[in-house]
Design a protein around this ligand. Structure first.
Ligand SMILES: Cc1cc2nc3c(=O)[nH]c(=O)nc-3n(C[C@H](O)[C@H](O)[C@H](O)COP(=O)(O)OP(=O)(O)OC[C@H]3O[C@@H](n4cnc5c(N)ncnc54)[C@H](O)[C@@H]3O)c2cc1C
Length: 509
């Protein structure tokens, strides 16, 4: 087994059995779509609040979301594990500062066992439609299997980055060699001695390239835009630290708090243009100069946009990998693909045995992953055509009792996604408890509250680095930022801390 072919089996594919007849299931209190970090975390917190009538629909055959699917060689988190984990389920045994995908998946699976969540999950149920029944006050989720699952409240936790996307390159279908996407790695393919092309130089690519270069006979990396790359302070966890965390859990909470505050301070560099931004850029340039001696390569790898505008990458081994004798960086634009490989603008055909697409995800800032129909038959993808919008990123007017995780403008640029997720989950628990305690048929955010919230968010976004002119997956084609939250995680947590009933319309059951 080589470095580029770890022993982990590919994910269990979702079964797509053609629907023969509709099977309706008894309505649950809460229906959750997705068994990734968000869906499982929501189930844990609901359970702890005494709400145990839960159904989780998962399209794959096992839990884990991102960490089940992204098991390419080198896959790891880029926020330290002690912060990229749940505060209510800390793991004293992280093997290193930035754990690999296999270890994170292990943590998720152990969490499912610890909190006895498996009983809620219906695997191989790909939701293809979610519709609100106004008469009954319930959400109905139809799946590819022909099942209809219902819930008094519904949580869309299907993940912001769960659908792999291939680039729009002409002739892509003509290529006859092997194709692999970073989010669906082919563990049976042997990269040893092969000529491999990698399209993309984003967060996944910079983890894959240092591993692939060890095996491929020739590795060619196609870069459209260079990223800002900063050093990665990655260390093995000493045994004494694990023992201390186990014996004194408060010591791990203290480390988590320290990491949280350190990341919060980075917002000043990442989100807004400040002296800290200059400092972060100096760190990026220093890292590049220290690792890349060749002036021309350094020039090719130097970003021409403000740090923070696109996702900042952390790596110690990406630049060294690019300088291996069997690796070549191509910065000419790709014009098309042929049967044998990739053609670039200067007229050269690069021929490959295999092409790796590290080209990210279909983020869908202006649509929904499946049709979502609210009150009066309204359709969410139509309402979101010009950019997704929600109240506090979590509720949408006209879609009662529906909660979103990682909804519009909830993305973090500087801190752990799970910190934001915890705020969302606690808000969902408050929402569901309000529905149950007040015995409501519908809890529906008011349109004016949503509009007011969004106009404030968009005003604040206009002053951020994300909206400073570069092209990134944070923005729609029209330049609308429907993805990121323009503030500290602490501000986000504060806005999510209370459910303000004045912003909602309450209809009794
Ligand atoms: C490679 C990668 C690395 C990341 N690293 C970090 C990091 O270091 N730090 C950080 O803060 N954030 C990181 N993120 C972002 C974020 O933390 C993760 O994506 C996180 O796993 C999101 O959790 P989730 O539960 O929202 O979504 P997911 O993990 O994507 O889970 C969603 C689940 O829903 C299921 N699903 C989707 N559609 C349907 C459907 N129609 N019907 C039924 N089920 C469905 C999916 O199969 C999946 O199991 C990373 C993201 C990626 C892609």
């Amino acid at each position: 087994m080589t470095n580029a072919t770890p022993s982990r089996k590919p994910k269990t594919p979702a079964k797509k059995t053609p629907a023969t007849s509709v099977k309706k299931h008894k309505p649950a209190t809460v229906l959750i779509v997705g068994a990734g970090f968000a869906g499982l975390g929501t189930a844990i917190r609901l359970q702890q609040a005494g709400i145990k009538d839960i159904v989780i629909l998962e399209r794959a055959g096992e839990v884990g979301g991102t960490w089940r699917d992204n098991n390419y060689p080198g896959a790891a988190c880029d926020i330290p594990s002690n912060l990229y984990s749940y505060s209510f389920d800390q793991n004293p045994d992280w093997s290193r500062s930035f754990s690999g995908s296999e270890e994170i998946l292990g943590y998720i699976k152990a969490m499912v066992k610890r909190f006895d969540l498996e009983k809620y999950i219906r695997f191989n149920q790909n939701v293809s439609d979610l519709a609100f029944d106004e008469d009954q006050g319930i959400w109905n989720a139809t799946t590819d299997q022909g099942d209809v699952f219902s819930g008094r409240a519904a949580v869309m936790a299907q993940g912001p980055l769960s659908n792999a996307s291939f680039p729009d390159i002409s002739g892509i279908e003509k290529y006859q060699g092997h194709k692999v996407h970073s989010a669906a790695w082919d563990h049976d393919y042997d990269f040893r001695g092969k000529k491999v092309g990698v399209i993309g130089t984003g967060a996944s690519a910079i983890q894959i390239i240092p591993e692939l270069v060890k095996d491929a006979s020739k590795l060619t990396v196609f870069q459209r835009t260079p990223a800002w790359v900063v050093p990665r302070p990655d260390f093995d966890t000493p045994d004494w630290q694990k023992a201390l965390f186990r014996k004194v859990p408060a010591s791990q909470s203290a480390l988590r708090k320290g990491l949280y505050l350190a990341h919060e301070s980075m917002a000043l560099a990442v989100i807004w243009n400040s002296p800290m931004t200059r400092l972060a850029e100096r760190l990026g340039r220093w890292h590049l100069k220290r690792q890349v001696k060749d002036r021309w390569l350094r020039r090719q790898l130097t970003p021409d946009y403000r740090i923070g505008c696109k996702r900042i990458l952390v790596s110690n081994d990406y630049y060294p990998a690019l300088q291996q004798p069997n690796c070549k960086l191509i910065t000419w634009p790709i014009t098309r693909m042929s049967e044998n490989g990739i053609l670039t603008a200067e007229g050269i055909e690069h021929q490959f045995d295999c092409i790796v697409f590290a080209t990210g995800f279909d983020v869908g800032h202006s649509g929904t992953p499946f049709p979502v129909r609210g009150a009066g038959g309204r359709k969410l993808d139509e309402e979101w055509k010009r950019g997704a919008q929600a109240y506090k990123s979590i509720n949408v007017a006209g879609y009662p009792n529906l909660f979103l995780t990682f909804g519009p403008n909830s993305g973090p640029g500087h801190n752990s996604a799970l910190v934001y997720m915890e705020s969302q989950i606690d808000y969902i628990v408050k929402g569901v408890k309000t529905i149950l305690d007040k015995n409501l048929k519908t809890l529906s955010v008011r349109g004016e509250a949503q509009d007011e919230y969004n106009s404030k968010i968009q005003k604040r976004l206009a002053k951020t680095n994300w909206n400073s002119g570069c092209k990134s997956w944070y923005l729609t084609e029209d330049g609308v930022n429907a993805t990121m939250y323009p503030g500290f995680a602490t501000q986000y947590a504060r806005q999510m801390a209370s459910l303000e009933l004045k912003d909602y319309e309450l209809i009794p059951a």
